[in-house]
Design a protein around this ligand. Structure first.
Ligand SMILES: [Zn+2]
Ligand SMILES: [Zn+2]
Length: 251
């Protein structure tokens, strides 16, 4: 408890220090500490250029095997007509790793919003064509969210829903039990076991998924286990389809 308070005051003190530093010096590019491009609050020209060149997900893939949608007949996991498509922006490599970690663990929320907007500049049109009704973020477990103070998937999902004109529903799915962080588990089958049946529908919210199109949002997709489990209670309600959007794909 005391340690928690000390940690928090450390974070606050650091936050104040960072604010103070920013007052004294002009903000710099988050990628290279160089001068920002004109009218850009986050990136310099070359970092932005490099980031844009990382866009890969202009065609959806199967989140479980990474194959392109068009080759779905080749593999069991993506051959069912109810197969989940993954729309993602870039591979989880190079500066994407650094940016997503800064966004997720160091509270640089504006970076998360900016990455999402860059992704939507390239993928928004594609997503709009699918006419999604609902956008749902992967929920954090209550305890983890309290520690981190925000859920990165919610921030991405809110931005996505606004851009594609679908309803944002953050509280319809919840974690019924605490799970380990997927990134800390090395074996694929253990990742699947870790999240199996970990999510449930909050029925009193009364969201009806029958015949609806749902887009689940996470920051990174690796094995697809988490998003599959989040989709499970939704798919039990016979939606028209369930797809996934992520900033990065690490599979
Ligand atoms: Zn830069
Ligand atoms: Zn597949």
């Amino acid at each position: 408890m005391i340690k928690g308070i000390l940690d928090r005051s450390g974070v606050i003190a650091r936050g104040i220090f960072e604010d103070f530093k920013q007052l004294l010096s002009p903000p710099l590019c988050i990628g290279c500490d160089g001068d920002l491009a004109d009218n850009d609050p986050v990136f310099c020209e070359s970092c932005l250029e490099s980031l844009k060149s990382k866009c890969r997900g202009v065609r959806p893939i199967c989140p479980f095997c990474g194959r392109l949608d068009s080759t779905r007949k080749n593999n069991g996991c993506c051959s069912r007509s109810s197969a989940i498509r993954l729309y993602y922006w870039g591979r989880y490599e190079d500066e994407m790793v650094e940016y997503i970690l800064k966004f997720k663990f160091h509270g640089v929320l504006e970076l998360g919003i900016r990455l999402t907007n860059e992704a939507l500049n390239q993928l928004g049109e594609l997503l709009r064509k699918n006419d999604y009704d609902y956008v749902i973020p992967v929920p954090l477990h209550g305890r983890r969210q309290r520690r981190r103070e925000y859920n990165q998937s919610e921030i991405i999902a809110r931005t996505v829903s606004r851009t594609i004109g679908a309803e944002y529903i953050p509280d319809s799915i919840f974690r019924v039990r605490s799970t380990k962080q997927q990134a800390k588990i090395h074996y694929e089958n253990e990742r699947w076991e870790n999240v199996e049946n970990a999510f449930s529908l909050l029925s009193k919210k009364g969201v009806d998924f029958v015949g609806r199109r749902v887009l689940i949002v996470d920051d990174i997709v690796t094995t697809g286990a988490t998003v599959y489990e989040v989709s499970r209670p939704i798919r039990e309600q016979n939606p028209d389809r369930v797809d996934v959007f992520s900033l990065a794909y690490a599979g």
